[in-house]
Design a protein around this ligand. Structure first.
Ligand code: SAM
Length: 228
C-alpha cells in the first residue's frame, strides 16, 4: 500500500485526541501519585502542587506523516518512531530542530518484523495496528505489552468487524470482547467504540473503531522514588 496520498492529507493537522487525552490522563495520575508518595515520605499532605509528569520514552507505531511523533518531541519526549512506508521518515523529520532530531530514532520496519525497541513509558499506535498481518498480530501485541514499563501508557485504535475494510485478509479486526481480552491486566481509562458512517481522508466510509487509552499498573507507592 502506498501511503503518499494519505500523508499529503495529514500535513499540518493537530495531534490526534487519543494521544493528547492520554497525555492529560498521565499528567493527572502522575500528580496524584507524587502527592501520595510525598505524603508517605513526609507523613503529611504536601502543600505545593506536585511536579508535572516528565516526558520520557515513547514509541509511535505506524507514525505515518509524523504529527504525533513531532508533538511528543516538542514536549520533550525521546521517541522511537516506526513505519514501513519509504516516505515516512523524511516527513516525520521535516521542521524538527537538531535537539529534537537527536531524540528521534526512526525505524523503517514492518510490524511483522519489528526491531528491538526500548522499554517505553508510552506506546502510541494511531490507526495503524489494524494494518498488521492477522497472523503476526498476536506477536506484535505481545511485543507492545512487553515494552510497557510499570505505569506506562498505551493509546491507539483497533478496528471492529463492522468496519468497511473488515474481511481484508491482510488486516486484523477485533470485536468488543476481543478488545477487552487484549486489554486484560491494563487499567483502561478510555475505551470508546465508534460504529457509524463517516468520512476518511478519501471520502465516505463506515468506521468501526475502538479508541483506547490504558496503562499498566503503576509501581507500588513504597517502591517509588520521591521526585524533587
Ligand atoms: C492510517 S496510517 C496512520 C498514520 C498515523 N499514525 C496517523 O494516525 O495518521 C497507517 C500507517 O501505518 C503504516 N503501516 C501500515 N502497515 C504497516 C506495517 N505492516 N508495518 C509498519 N507500518 C505499517 C503505514 O505506512 C501508515 O503510515
Amino acid at each position: 500500500m502506498d501511503w503518499t496520498e494519505f500523508f499529503d492529507t495529514q500535513t499540518g493537522r493537530p495531534p490526534r485526541s487519543v494521544l493528547t487525552r492520554a497525555l492529560e490522563h498521565r499528567a493527572l495520575e502522575h500528580r496524584a501519585l507524587e502527592h501520595r508518595a510525598l505524603e508517605i515520605a513526609t507523613g503529611a499532605p504536601p502543600a505545593p502542587p506536585a511536579p508535572p509528569a516528565p516526558p520520557a520514552m515513547a514509541i509511535d507505531l505506524g507514525c505515518g506523516e509524523g504529527a504525533e511523533t513531532r508533538h511528543l518531541l516538542t514536549a520533550g519526549w525521546t521517541v522511537h518512531a516506526v513505519d514501513a512506508d519509504p516516505g515516512s521518515e523524511a516527513r516525520v523529520r521535516e521542521g524538527l530542530g537538531p535537539e529534537e532530531q537527536a531524540r528521534l530514532t526512526f525505524h523503517r520496519a514492518r510490524f511483522e518484523e519489528l526491531p528491538e525497541l526500548p522499554p517505553a513509558d508510552l506506546v502510541y499506535a494511531g490507526f495503524s495496528l489494524p494494518f498488521c498481518d492477522p497472523a503476526a498480530f498476536p506477536d506484535l501485541w505481545a511485543r507492545i505489552r512487553g515494552t510497557l514499563q510499570p505505569g506506562a501508557w498505551f493509546a491507539g485504535e483497533f478496528f471492529g468487524p463492522h468496519d468497511d475494510w473488515a474481511g481484508r485478509a491482510d488486516m486484523n479486526f477485533h470485536d468488543r470482547g476481543q478488545v477487552d481480552a487484549l486489554l486484560a491486566g491494563l487499567h483502561v481509562v478510555g475505551l470508546v467504540e465508534d460504529d457509524r458512517p463517516g468520512r476518511s481522508a478519501f471520502g465516505p466510509r463506515h468506521w468501526h473503531l475502538f479508541h483506547v487509552i490504558a496503562h499498566t499498573p503503576a509501581p507500588r507507592q513504597d517502591e517509588r522514588p520521591v521526585c524533587g
